[in-house]
Design a protein around this ligand. Structure first.
Ligand SMILES: [Zn+2]
Ligand SMILES: [Zn+2]
Length: 323
């Protein structure tokens, strides 16, 4: 459990609710090398729930970035997310979706008990939700669905501004048709998020197929970056014998290789870089792996469930609190 700290002035805080990609780690039906080790009880492999980040400017009101199928357990595990006033309460005041993938939207069903919050996404992602009647469980009397245009900064919580921008990606898996899939499409279906609060800038980009020059320029100088760490090798799931898709085909750039994120971010000035949305096949999850060492040597951290980062303008220092 994470210790709760009171609101101590303006401070940008980020709490990793889930560090894993779709399926989490271990995945319920998987026996890839990592998952098999976990099922066998080997040490050095921590479980991860599915990708979600909570951010706050005051420690009281939180914005959820993606709602994973594990949301209920994530709330239980993090005291910052507990109800703490009256008979009905939640510190979660808004939920922002970065794409329409199942592992980012299924948790909305957990938030259905007549609790008010803003549901924020691009118009395109809202249309995915509207097309699925299961999300009518969110009573419109309590839940306000608000479209956010790309490149339009909006103050979604007091003192906390978000800006959505398109990143290379693809449409959600369940919307893929029969034909070839464009995995470098740039539009409203996959977005990155810039969070500005207390004079600090944080980026959350759990899905990204490539790092074009304009995106690199945007991220340059950021205080904190959470970036797509789905696979280490592009062909990792094929190598492991648990899938036939490459990372690129799923809309995720690999860490390794000439087009990978380790090479792409090398030399880019960013205060702190943390991989998130890590697939269960990724060898960086293994404590003693050469891949994990390579990532660390390149100046990256690997997120875990419960990791908290607090950024303050005063001392420009970041402190992390794990669980
Ligand atoms: Zn995902
Ligand atoms: Zn696995």
């Amino acid at each position: 459990m994470i210790e709760m700290r009171g609101a101590a002035g303006a401070q940008l805080r980020a709490l990793v609710l889930g560090a894993g990609a779709g399926g989490g780690f271990p995945q319920w039906n998987c026996r890839c090398r990592n998952c098999a080790s976990f099922w066998a009880g080997e040490a050095g492999l921590a479980p991860m729930s599915q990708s979600s980040l909570a951010v706050s400017a005051d420690g009281e009101n939180w914005l959820l970035l993606n709602a994973s199928p594990d949301l209920r357990q994530q709330i239980i595990n993090a005291s910052q997310m507990h109800p703490r006033a009256g008979k009905r309460h939640s510190p979660i005041k808004a939920v922002l979706l970065t794409n329409g993938d199942l592992d980012h939207i299924a948790g909305l069903i957990t938030l259905r008990e007549k609790q008010g919050f803003d549901l924020l996404a691009t118009e395109e992602i809202h249309s995915v939700l509207r097309a699925n009647p299961v999300f009518e469980a969110l009573d419109p009397e309590f839940v306000s669905r608000k479209p956010i245009a790309l490149e339009a900064p909006s103050e979604v919580l007091p003192g906390l501004t978000v800006t959505l921008f398109a990143v290379p990606g693809k449409v959600p898996l369940f919307l893929e048709g029969e034909g070839p899939v464009d995995t470098s499409a740039v539009g409203e279906f996959t977005v990155g998020v810039e969070i500005a609060a207390a004079g600090q800038r944080l980026f959350y980009i759990p899905g990204c197929a490539a790092l074009p020059a304009d995106l690199a320029a945007r991220l340059s100088g950021a205080d904190l970056l959470f970036f797509d760490g789905t696979v280490y090798h592009d062909d990792e799931m094929i190598r492991e014998g648990v899938g036939h898709k490459t990372g690129a085909r799923m809309g995720h750039m690999a860490m390794a290789g000439p087009g990978g994120s380790l090479a792409a971010f090398s030399g880019l000035p960013i205060g702190r870089k943390i991989f998130i949305h890590i697939n269960n096949t990724n060898p960086v999850l293994r404590a003693g792996s050469t891949e994990r060492a390579a990532v660390r040597a390149a100046g990256w951290e690997i997120a875990c469930d419960g990791l908290e980062v607090a950024l303050t303008r005063q001392d420009q220092s970041a402190q992390a609190q794990g669980r």
